[in-house]
Structure formats: C-alpha cells, structure tokens
Design a protein around this ligand. Structure first.
Ligand SMILES: Nc1ncnc2c1ncn2[C@@H]1O[C@H](COP(=O)(O)OP(=O)(O)OP(=O)(O)O)[C@@H](O)[C@H]1O
Ligand SMILES: [Mg+2]
Length: 261
C-alpha cells in the first residue's frame, strides 16, 4: 500500500471518530439539559416547601387572628405557585413526540387572538395584525398556539399602562420558512438578561400576594417547541422601546414550491 493510501485511510478513520464524538456530545448535551431541569425544579420546590413549613409553624405558634391569616395567605401563595409550576411542566413534558398537522400560520394567529383580544383591551394594549403571507407549516397546533399565547402574555406584561402589540405573519424571502413575529412597545430587556431569558425558571416577575408571579417556564417551553419543529427563535430588544420575538418554521415540503408571499 502506498503512503498516500495509508494517509487517506487514516484521515477516513479520524473523520469517523470525529462523527462518533459529535454524536456522543449531542446525546450528552440532551442529558445535561434534562439534568439541569431536574435540579432547578427540585430547588424551586424546596424553596416553596421551606416557605410552607415555616408559615405553618408560625400559624400554630401564634394564636391571634391577624398573624394566622397572614400565615394562611403565605401558604396559599406558595401552594398556588407550586401548582403553576407543575401545570407549566406538564406542557413542557408533552412537548415531544406528538402529532403534527399542516396549517397556515395566520390561522394559528387568529385562533389565539380570539382568546386574548379581550385581555389586551382591558390592559389598554392596541393590537395591529399584519398578514403578509400564508406560509403553511407542519406543526403541533396546540403547542404552537401555546407558544404564541406565551409570547403575547409576555408582551402584555411588559407594557404596564398600555402600548402597541404588532403580530405579523410572513414568508421568508426564499419562501422556505414561515415567520411569525410578536413585537411590543414595552419595557424591553437589558442586554445582560437576554442570554438568560430562555432558561427554565428565569423570571423578573415577582410573585404578588395571590402568588401570581412568573414561573419562568414560558420561554423555555417556547424554545423546546420551536426546536422540536426544527425552527428558530430570534429576539431583539431595546430597553425603554420594546421587544420583538420572531419564530421561524420550515414551510411544509409540499407547499414550498408555490411560494406564498
Ligand atoms: N416581551 C417581553 N418584554 C420584556 N421582557 C420580557 C418579554 N418576554 C420575556 N421577558 C423577560 O423574560 C423573562 C422570562 O420570560 P418567561 O415567559 O420565560 O417567564 P415569565 O413570563 O417570567 O413567567 P411565566 O411565563 O411562567 O408566567 C421574563 O420574566 C421577562 O423578564
Ligand atoms: Mg411568560
């Protein structure tokens, strides 16, 4: 065998090794995100249990009504927060391996806006919907509705005192992706927080007396769903001006040729 042949054999075997290692790395990353979730959930539930136990002890120790009422309220808030987390987690857990159907993204928009138009009005948020294309994508419809709802709720919460919400549907220039943008004129996200917003349990929303804070699972769920659709999610934000989230989903194979824009 010539030295050239030997060399090319070595290259081939090294390439194979690289591919194997890349495969292992992908599997390890998947496992580590599962581990990360488990650790943070346990931590979060521990905090809630500590609160519950301490206020239960306080209620038992003190006989006066005011203190007991305060203790009950704190226990109730903690319980409600735990319930919100488990509900979010159930959605999160369901976000893999489920049926997908072809649908025009503008249909998802109109279905979701029916649900939240009233809520937007009540919070003095004006809505502008621009349907600039009709991209058809293969999606899990209820998961995508949930994603859009999460983005709209976040936008509304960022516009304390009202503002404008722009929801836009279009096709990418080459027609291969459907795009769905949710833009608000709210508080914006400081650049040092941007890398954290998709992490499970990252929230800047403090729980109020009803336990109605954020769980920080909204965007983590969105990311999970979009990745399971081989899509992408972009965010752009300016503090004091607003935020824009764009979902990009591959157009269904059969419809890609009749470019819909
Ligand atoms: N449109 C937005 N404008 C400003 N900040 C945002 C916006 N969307 C998300 N954020 C920031 O990202 C954080 C994480 O959002 P995410 O939806 O994951 O959790 P949450 O809204 O805090 O809680 P939950 O969705 O469980 O109610 C928010 O707490 C907020 O700081
Ligand atoms: Mg949210």
């Amino acid at each position: 065998m010539s030295s050239h042949d030997e060399l090319s054999q070595q290259v081939e075997s090294l390439q194979q090794q690289i591919e194997d290692l890349q495969g292992q790395l992908m599997r390890a990353q998947k496992m580590s995100s599962v581990g990360e979730m488990a650790a943070s959930i346990t931590h979060e539930f521990n905090n809630i249990l500590t609160t519950t136990i301490n206020y239960a002890k306080m209620g038992l120790r003190h006989k006066n009504d005011a203190t007991r009422e305060k203790a009950f309220n704190r226990i109730l808030s903690a319980g409600q927060r735990a319930a919100r987390i488990t509900t979010g987690m159930l959605g999160y857990a369901r976000s893999t391996g489920v049926r997908k159907e072809e649908i025009d993204l503008s249909q998802i928009v109109s279905d979701v806006l029916i649900l939240c138009e009233k809520d937007l009005q009540m919070n003095r948020v004006k809505l502008q919907t621009d349907i600039l294309g009709h991209p058809v994508c293969e999606v899990n419809i209820s998961h995508l509705q949930q994603v859009l709802l999460n983005l709209i709720v976040n936008a509304r919460q960022a516009m304390d005192g009202g503002g404008m919400l722009y929801v836009t549907v279009r096709s990418s220039e080459d027609g291969s992706m459907g795009e769905l943008e949710v833009r608000d004129t709210g508080a914006g996200i400081p650049s040092e927080e941007l890398p954290k917003i998709f992490k499970p349990f990252f929230t800047t929303k403090e729980a109020d007396t009803n336990g109605q804070g954020g769980t920080g699972l909204g965007l983590a769920f969105c990311r999970e769903v979009i990745e399971s659709h081989k899509g992408k999610m972009r965010v752009a934000s300016t503090v004091g001006q607003g935020t824009s989230f764009t979902l990009m989903l591959p157009v269904a194979a059969a419809t890609e040729s009749r470019k819909s824009a």
